[in-house]
Every structure is written in structure tokens, then in C-alpha cells.
Design a protein around this ligand. Structure first.
Ligand SMILES: Cc1cc2nc3c(=O)[nH]c(=O)nc-3n(C[C@H](O)[C@H](O)[C@H](O)COP(=O)(O)O)c2cc1C
Length: 218
């Protein structure tokens, strides 16, 4: 089984958790994929699941134009051996966010996630659904109604509970993105069997070209 984990925060109304469940539905709809949903507050109990996942999908509401403090705390925990030993190298990464505003500075939240993934040498999967609600013929019922491509952008009214907001169009966009990431991951894992990854020659047995350790850097 190929493993895909979703690590998310959701603390205000549970609206991001609704999206996380939809992403999981999409992930789980692909044959031979095992999906996992992990709240950032519980991450310390699930490191092995993350290390053994072939893809990790990040989810955070946009708070003050970026990821939440709890989500950033999770990311900073990666700055030890996960970063140093390149433990998540070549895992797939993707992201989703929600905010109350149509913009709400969601792009900055997703950009944060791309940078986190890049620092871990992960491979970012963009949101593939063509942007909706572009014209007079469009509507809030369109898939990808926020017309974002870095990841899933959803919008939840601040005065509505999570069973009403975000709307079905955003939830379906999240499902489709989860399915898309899972399929790409499954293809990559299958492809690696016939074309194994060749490590860089620079990292040879003599240690030449090796990355510096944290003590050497500090
Ligand atoms: C501390 C805080 C900061 C927020 N900052 C923003 C923001 O910058 N832009 C925005 O449009 N909405 C903002 N919101 C609204 C949330 O992004 C929105 O309600 C989101 O759906 C909440 O997700 P959750 O219920 O999973 O926590 C903020 C909400 C909180 C509690």
C-alpha cells in the first residue's frame, strides 16, 4: 500500500477539518492507497506514519495572512534531523487552505507551505482544476471557484458553522485534489520500481561533498 498523510490545523470553527476529511476521501478513492489524517496537535504520536508516507498534504486555515502558529510549530519540528538527513526527500507534497475573505491573503499561506516542502526536498503537486467563476456564466458553485493553482483555496463565511461553510464546490475541489495527489504518488512509486533513483555522486563514501552537520554549522 502507498501511504498518503494529511497534516492539518483547524481551531476556529473546524472548517479546515471539513476540507481535510474531503481530501482524505479523495486520497482513499484511489486503489491501493492508505490515507491518514493527523491534526498538528497530535503529530508527536504520528512521526512514523509521516516518515513512512510517500506523500504529505499540508492543510492550514489562513490566520493573519499565513499558516497558523500551531502549524508553524509542526514545521519547525522538521528543522532537526528531518531537514538535516533529508528524510522527506522526494516525498510528494501539496496543500490546502481556507479563509473568510475571498482573498484573505490565502496565497501567502500556500506559498509558506511550498517553501516548507522545498526546504525538505519534497516535490510539490499544484492544484490542477481549471479556475472557475471567471465570467458572468460562472458561479460560486464552480469547482476551484477561487481560481487558485498552488493548492486548494477555499472560503468559509465567518458567521457560519463548518457544516454549512465551506460550500460543496470547495469540498469537491478538495476531494479532487486529494485524488490527484494520490494518483501521481502511486504512479511515481510504481515507476521507481523500473527506474530506481540514482543518488548524486557527490555524496560518496569518502564523505566528500557531504552536507555539514548542525554542530559544524553553528
Ligand atoms: C486568528 C485568526 C486569524 C484569521 N486571519 C484571517 C485572514 O488573515 N484572512 C481571512 O480572510 N480570514 C482570516 N481568518 C478567518 C479564518 O481563516 C476562517 O474563519 C477559517 O475558515 C477558519 O478555519 P478553521 O475553522 O479550520 O480554524 C482568521 C481567523 C482567526 C481565528
Amino acid at each position: 500500500m502507498v501511504s498518503v498523510s494529511i497534516v492539518y490545523d483547524s481551531s476556529f470553527k473546524g472548517q479546515t477539518e471539513v476540507l481535510a476529511k474531503c481530501v482524505l476521501e479523495g486520497v482513499s478513492s484511489v486503489d491501493n492507497i492508505q490515507g491518514h489524517m493527523i491534526h498538528v496537535n497530535d503529530v508527536d504520536e504520528h512521526w512514523n506514519t509521516l516518515h513512512n508516507s510517500e506523500a504529505i498534504i499540508f492543510g492550514s486555515p489562513t490566520y493573519i495572512g499565513g499558516v497558523t502558529a500551531q502549524f508553524k510549530l509542526f514545521i519547525e519540528k522538521l528543522a532537526g534531523e528531518v531537514w538535516l538527513k533529508r528524510m522527506w526527500k522526494n516525498k510528494f507534497a501539496a496543500g490546502f487552505t481556507i479563509s473568510a475573505g475571498r482573498s484573505g491573503d490565502k496565497l501567502n499561506c500556500l506559498t509558506d507551505m511550498v517553501i516548507f516542502a522545498s526546504q525538505m526536498a519534497m516535490i510539490w503537486v499544484p492544484q490542477h482544476i481549471l479556475g472557475g467563476n471567471y465570467s458572468t456564466a460562472g458561479s460560486e458553485k464552480d469547482l476551484n471557484r477561487m481560481a487558485g493553482y498552488l493548492g486548494v483555496m477555499a472560503q468559509g463565511n465567518i458567521d457560519e458553522p463548518a457544516d454549512i461553510s465551506p460550500p460543496e464546490s470547495d469540498k469537491e475541489t478538495a476531494r479532487m485534489h486529494g485524488r490527484h495527489v494520490a494518483q501521481i504518488t502511486a504512479q511515481f512509486i510504481e515507476g521507481q520500481k523500473s527506474l530506481p533513483f540514482q543518488e548524486e555522486a557527490a555524496y560518496d563514501s569518502k564523505g566528500q561533498g557531504r552536507p555539514l552537520t548542525l554542530p559544524e554549522l553553528s
